[in-house]
Design a protein around this ligand. Structure first.
Ligand SMILES: [Zn+2]
Ligand SMILES: [Zn+2]
Length: 897
């Protein structure tokens, strides 16, 4: 739908769509902007332009229009007390990681807290009505503006004022009246300064009018009245109209403080501390002039560089002032903003990584470190985290508990960045030497594959500027998750299946066949669990046919059969394979236990990323920054089994979704978003509470045992834990014990062998001198000394042995000493190895042949192998053990004849 079209239609009937009681009471006049034509409402008779085209744009900088000064924390306290006094419930913020919507990674607006997606429809669920919430929101679309424009943040607090017009809530008149009184009474803004601009909002199939309110060109809030659905002209009024007023808390603080930038009053003492630490000589007159120019020029130029150039020129800044003041200040602002974003995201369980929303977190951390290095700022990230949390805890006390976790993750991630720098440097150098300037697509690819930020390339002068579309493109790529479509089957007009597995779960039951086609059967009732939530389907028999798969299509369970299908209308007997179901069930409850055990051992950032539960094995993928150590695995397993042993009951209760969220928090969404109004909560005491549709044991000891079989870091930020439970785990342990035993036996055998060898060595060392002495006295002819054959002639002496009492060590040592003792002697030692026969040859200096190498070569040929060496020492051998005698004969003839 075209927004302009809706706006022109609504603005054509202002009484119906925009005129509220307050306008009449206070004497607001409706005017078109003399420049752009937009309609606005004002009390100031002299005002002729809309806020964005007025001369007083950003004149609050250096001269705030309020009587009171409120910093960030105080501003929220004021807003909160005002709305609470006026009948609103103050609701704590929701996580910045949007666990309840699978189309968003991060919470991007306060209204998102209360939106739940059901099919293609967005419905509202309010924990109170009316309400107000200080919702931190994360947006990564215009990171290049953060720190530079004075008003862009990657995380900001959107005050949400929400109301459903029923007996408790209110509609337009009261909303605008409240907002007007908040500005005038609470903040002391002169009513002449307040301008309401007509606008419209549309999204998710619904739309409505909206009134944006401005003070001195700064949009403070936008009250959206979601009222209609459908196409304009053919639309209907929503059953549930909603007021969604969103206002930037940062701006509320800023307009009362009038500081040069919103950063100066929204990070508590952090900006000041950093300015002092870095030692920037601040001249607030100069900064006021510069940032007013920045604000004014932003509407005029789309390119940030141009905005800056004009601001520098108009504010009369010298190049030195830019280098000494503006550049380091921008860096400080960026660091403060980005770090605050990381604190919220990590506290709420997100991890920097190269997948999903983690991309955005990684890039902001890399920008922090890059900025520190570029500007040579010696800053301590841990100290800054302390400052931030210390300041923010007034509004967000929950951050305190996560302080150490935040520090751990940032440290791990910073280290990872340093480690990847060598590679990044290489790629950058390569681009530079080729004089290539990468375009936006190249930059996105380089960031995704190598983690190279454009900031880094800019610093190395590979690119002159970060393209203005880079961050928005990247953010779009990683904002939402795409869903897989299920195959469509002809299931029209079939009623929902009665799910027996959520009732008394009979494993033998009769059911009526409502539909049978191809290989599928649909029953009126079933105990067959359909694949879902990572739990694999039941198997068994329907009418004698094997059930091989079960899927849910909407609320209809479809059984896939093998061998045939029953007739439609028939009543059939069905049987669920209980053994299989039992294994799956134990593994499913084990998944819950392991998930919470991992979180307890590793840290609060651990969430279930995905899970898979089969009958005889299962896996749980958790979010964690590094591979698990053996020690961690042992501890997780120990913790899990302690829960098994405590025999805790596994409680299953159904809650209204909103109630469950309020009672247990968003931790319940470990398995992802629950697209139904009533959630099934599976709890194991306080240890683990999850929204889950799977089958579970009644008490934890039924699981018997959980055994982790393998863990692996499967992707950046995700670790896989493979495990078994129940009988499979017992079997695994037994088998593992057997394996251990076998390994031990092998080790013993090896030790025995080593010992024997040592003994033989020892024995040989003692025996060789004695043998040599005996042999040296052998007469001419043939003799035998302890299994060594000795042939003595005038020409010399040839000794050999094939006895298995001698090993390699003996032959080498004996032969060497023999020819040393008697230079006319030769030696051939033959011994068996597992599959071959080996020969050691020595020829004395004055022996007849004088060449051990040639003897080795010849006899190896006989033995069916090869050999060689030098004149004194050689070795060889072959596979033919039956040719030993022949080999010896050859050696003897070569040595003596
Ligand atoms: Zn205008
Ligand atoms: Zn589950």
């Amino acid at each position: 739908m075209d927004k302009e079209e809706i706006l022109s239609k609504f603005s054509a009937d202002p009484v119906k769509y925009y005129k509220v009681k307050l306008f009449e009471e206070q004497g607001f006049e409706r005017k078109p902007c003399a420049k752009c034509g937009r309609f606005f409402w004002t009390i100031d008779g002299n005002r002729s332009h809309c806020p964005e085209d007025s001369d007083d744009t950003y004149s609050f900088i250096g001269n705030p229009p309020t009587k009171k000064r409120f910093d960030y924390s105080q501003a929220w306290k004021e807003v909160e007390s005002f709305f609470v006094k006026n009948g609103h419930t103050s609701v704590s913020r929701y996580p910045v990681v949007c666990r309840w919507r699978d189309d968003l990674y991060f919470t991007i607006a306060s209204v998102v807290d209360f939106q739940r997606v059901m099919g293609s429809k967005v419905v509202f669920e309010f924990p109170a009505n009316p309400l107000v919430v200080p919702q931190m929101c994360l947006r990564f679309k215009d990171l290049e503006n953060v720190g530079v424009t004075g008003r862009h943040f990657s995380s900001f607090c959107m005050i949400g004022q929400l109301s459903i017009p029923n007996s408790q809530g209110y509609w337009k008149d009261e909303c605008i009246d409240l907002d007007f009184r908040l500005l005038t009474n609470k903040f002391g803004i002169n009513k002449n300064e307040i301008v309401f601009v007509e606008d419209v909002w549309e999204g998710g199939g619904s739309f409505g009018s909206s009134l944006e309110y401005y003070v001195r060109g700064l949009e403070l809030g936008n009250a959206v009245f979601t009222e209609f659905q459908g196409e304009l002209g053919n639309h209907t009024t929503l059953d549930q109209k909603v007021i969604d007023m969103g206002a930037g808390l940062e701006r509320f603080a800023w307009i009362t403080m009038g500081t040069p930038t919103a950063y100066d009053c929204c990070f508590g003492p952090i900006t000041k501390n950093l300015v002092k630490k870095v030692g920037i000589d601040i001249d607030s007159n100069l900064l006021t002039k510069y940032f007013v120019e920045i604000a004014k020029n932003q509407g005029r130029f789309s390119n940030l560089l141009e905005v800056k150039e004009h601001a520098i020129k108009n504010a009369g800044l010298s190049p030195q002032q830019v280098t000494k003041i503006i550049n380091p200040l921008e860096g400080i602002y960026l660091i403060a903003d980005h770090l605050r974003t990381l604190i919220f995201a990590i506290s709420d369980g997100a991890l920097p990584s190269n997948v999903g929303g983690g991309y955005n977190l990684r890039i902001v951390l890399r920008r922090i470190i890059g900025t520190m290095q570029r500007l040579g700022l010696d800053l301590d990230l841990n100290e800054m985290i302390d400052w931030h949390i210390d300041y923010l805890k007034k509004t967000y006390p929950e951050l305190k508990e996560k302080k150490n976790d935040v520090k751990t993750i940032i440290e791990v991630e910073a280290k990872r960045y340093e480690e990847s720098k060598i590679r990044m440097q290489k790629i950058a150098d390569n681009l530079k030497s080729k004089k290539q300037t990468p375009n936006v697509d190249d930059l996105i690819r380089m960031y995704e594959s190598d983690g190279i930020t454009p900031d880094y390339l800019k610093e190395l002068e590979v690119i002159p500027e970060i393209p203005s579309t880079f961050y928005s493109r990247l953010s779009d790529l990683h904002q939402s998750v795409t869903k897989k479509e299920k195959e469509t089957l002809p299931l029209q007009n079939i009623p929902e299946t009665d799910l027996l597995f959520y009732k008394d779960d009979p494993h033998q039951f009769d059911a009526k066949v409502l539909k049978a086609f191809d290989k599928f059967a649909v029953l009126d009732r079933t105990s067959f669990y359909a694949r879902g939530g990572g739990q694999e389907p039941d198997h068994g028999k329907i009418a004698g046919y094997d059930v091989v798969d079960v899927e849910k299509h909407g609320n209809i369970v479809v059984h896939e059969l093998k061998g045939g299908i029953p007739k439609e209308g028939e009543t059939v007997s069905c049987m669920v394979d209980s053994t299989r179901r039992d294994g799956i069930t134990k593994n499913h409850t084990s998944t819950h236990i392991l998930n919470s055990s991992s979180r307890e051992i590793l840290g609060s950032w651990v969430w279930q990323n995905s899970a898979f539960k089969e009958a005889d094995h299962a896996r749980l993928d958790i979010t964690h920054h590094s591979a698990l150590t053996d020690e961690e695995v042992t501890q997780i397993e120990k913790k899990a089994n302690s829960i098994v042993q405590k025999n805790y009951p596994v409680k299953i209760e159904n809650f209204d979704r909103g109630t469950a969220e309020q009672k247990y928090g968003f931790r319940i969404y470990q398995g992802g978003v629950v697209p139904v109004k009533s959630v099934r909560i599976v709890s194991i005491k306080d240890f683990d509470v999850e929204a889950c549709g799977g089958t579970h044991v009644k008490k934890t000891r039924e699981i018997e045992l959980i055994k982790i079989t393998r863990t692996k870091r499967i992707q950046d930020g995700v670790v896989r834990i493979e495990f078994v439970s129940g009988k499979t785990a017992q079997d695994y342990v037994l088998q593992h014990e057997n394996e251990q035993e076998k390994i031990k036996e092998e080790q013993d055998a090896k030790e025995e062998k080593d010992k024997l060898r040592e003994e033989r060595k020892e024995h040989a060392r003692e025996k060789i001198p004695v043998l040599l002495e005996q042999i040296s006295q052998s007469p001419i002819g043939t003799s035998k000394v302890d299994e060594i054959e000795v042939h003595t002639t005038e020409a010399g002496r040839f000794c050999y042995s094939t006895s298995d009492q001698y090993d390699e060590y003996f032959h080498i040592n004996f032969g060497e000493k023999l020819i040393k003792n008697d230079p006319k002697a030769s030696y051939c030692g033959i011994f068996d190895t597992d599959s071959t026969v080996r020969a050691i040859i020595y020829s004395g200096e004055q022996s007849k042949n004088k060449n051990a190498g040639s003897i080795a070569k010849e006899i190896s040929k006989i033995l069916g192998g090869s050999g060689g060496g030098n004149t004194r020492f050689a070795q060889g051998g072959g596979k033919d053990k039956s040719k030993k005698d022949e080999a010896i004969k050859k050696a003897k003839s070569m040595a003596l004849e």
